[in-house]
Design a protein around this ligand. Structure first.
Ligand SMILES: Cc1cc2nc3c(=O)[nH]c(=O)nc-3n(C[C@H](O)[C@H](O)[C@H](O)COP(=O)(O)OP(=O)(O)OC[C@H]3O[C@@H](n4cnc5c(N)ncnc54)[C@H](O)[C@@H]3O)c2cc1C
Length: 414
């Protein structure tokens, strides 16, 4: 802030290198090429993890290592301010800097003029990975791959998008195995979805031989939860029904870790929803607390009223980049007292224009609920999602990723 207007470089700090963060950072790099901006992307993992393919990777092992995509060429970097990707874990947010931990030191600092938090969501493995390195993540996928191959009966607890996709993947790849999906509602998914979408998904799973049990809640043994790794168990439902299986997957939903926001304000409830832990945002995706108009939350981690989907994280990231350009241009004009050229500062607001949900059910099936409530079946859904290896290849191209930077690609898959 001590710099004169002509030399000031705006530090834009993006936390989280997935759909929301990458789209904010790269769109701002493109839109703000003429502006004095330095973008830093802080990500805890050594490489981008392509979540959309995670469930295919545990039945088709050759995909697992391609899901980890190096960040090396994320920025085109024709900027003289040097955009960078830094590996580390965000630990605390303050009004104009953050603290993060990495392998070298538990406390490091990064300053910012604008902060974009895009730290996403947490799902139980193997849908999302807890590991920070590609090698460990690939080992986790392959461990599940081996467990599935060995199990005769697989129990999936939770009939949301992840549980349904997982059941579809296993039943397609291993038609001889018994796959049981238990969901605690009268139809699959949540009530927000159309009945015909929910029914179509069940029919498709049943046509693959999946046993779908509705209106039952599986009781998870409290002490240990469900440790990963195939183990034959008998679990009971709340109504007393016993289900025996050799491998169990917990697909009961999404959670958020936003504890790093605590350091920003003593009124945590104003920043983060105490029940969900999502960051509270205004329609512009600025945090709701008016003291921090330069801090945004994008994608899964915010409480914007839409499904937690990549299409929203991407659209929110791009919109935030447009708003940041506008804010920075406005600030520069203001500093120069160039009032005649100052456009009025009106930021874009996020509206859910997509309202599209596609769930793939194995390689050949799927169901889509479209924007106008129309429910579409295999052909449309397959076109969008089922060819997951093609989608992974597209991500490599999109990130301009270089295979030479991905040592794990050259390791033998076992
Ligand atoms: C199995 C599965 C399949 C899916 N399929 C689809 C689909 O087909 N279509 C669709 O639209 N959506 C799909 N989704 C949802 C989609 O993956 C998410 O909505 C999307 O990834 C959200 O992007 P994001 O950037 O907000 O968060 P995330 O993808 O969760 O990314 C957050 C990033 O932040 C990093 N991070 C987190 N905390 C910190 C920290 N403290 N410090 C530093 N870095 C941190 C993480 O490592 C991660 O890279 C699927 C989800 C799952 C689990």
């Amino acid at each position: 802030m001590s710099q004169t207007p002509s030399t000031k470089v705006y530090n834009v700090l993006v936390i989280g290198g997935s759909k929301g963060g990458i789209n904010t950072a790269r769109e701002l790099e493109r839109l703000g090429a003429h502006l004095p901006i330095r973008i830093t992307l802080l990500e805890k993992r050594e490489a981008y993890f392509h979540t959309v393919g995670s469930l295919r990777a545990i039945v088709q092992k050759d995909i697992a290592k391609k899901l980890w995509i190096p960040y090396g060429n994320l920025f085109r970097n024709n900027s003289r301010y040097g955009h960078t990707v830094v590996q580390g874990v965000l630990t605390r947010v303050f009004p104009f800097h953050i603290e993060y931990a990495n392998t070298e030191s538990p406390v490091n600092f990064l300053p910012f003029d604008y902060l974009i938090v895009a730290t996403g969501s947490i799902y139980p493995e193997p849908a999302k990975m807890t590991s920070f390195t590609a090698k460990q993540g690939i080992e986790t996928s392959l461990r599940y791959y081996r467990c599935i191959r060995e199990a005769a009966r697989v129990l999936i607890i939770g009939g949301g998008p992840v549980g349904v996709e997982l059941a579809g993947e296993i039943a397609t790849e291993y038609p001889e195995k018994r796959v049981i999906l238990v969901h605690n509602q009268s139809k699959l998914f949540l009530d927000e979805y159309k009945d015909s979408f929910r029914d179509r998904a069940r029919e498709q799973l049943e046509s693959l031989g999946v046993q779908v049990i509705l209106n039952e809640k599986v009781i998870i043994p409290e002490e240990k939860g469900l440790e990963p790794g195939g183990q034959t168990r008998i679990l009971r439902t709340a109504s007393g029904r016993a289900i025996e299986s050799d491998l169990q997957f917990l697909c009961t939903g999404i959670s958020f870790d936003t504890r790093f926001m605590q350091s920003l304000s003593d009124n945590m409830a104003g920043l983060v929803d105490p029940s969900t832990h999502q960051i509270r945002v205004r329609p512009t995706l600025q945090v709701r607390d008016p003291r921090f108009p330069h801090i945004f939350a994008v994608g899964d981690c915010n409480d914007a009223p839409c499904f937690k989907l990549a299409i929203h994280a991407i659209a929110q990231g791009k919109m935030t980049a447009r708003n940041l350009r506008h804010l920075i241009e406005h600030d520069i004009s203001h500093q120069r007292r160039d009032l005649g050229r100052m456009a009025p500062l009106k930021l874009e607001e996020y509206r859910d224009r997509h309202n599209l949900m596609t769930v793939s059910i194995g390689r050949h099936r799927g169901v889509t609920q479209s924007r106008f409530g129309l429910v579409l079946g295999n052909w449309y859904s397959k076109m969008f999602k089922s060819s997951k290896s093609a989608l992974v290849d597209a991500r490599w191209r999109d990130l301009h990723a270089d295979r030479e930077n991905a040592s794990w690609l050259h390791d033998e898959v076992v």
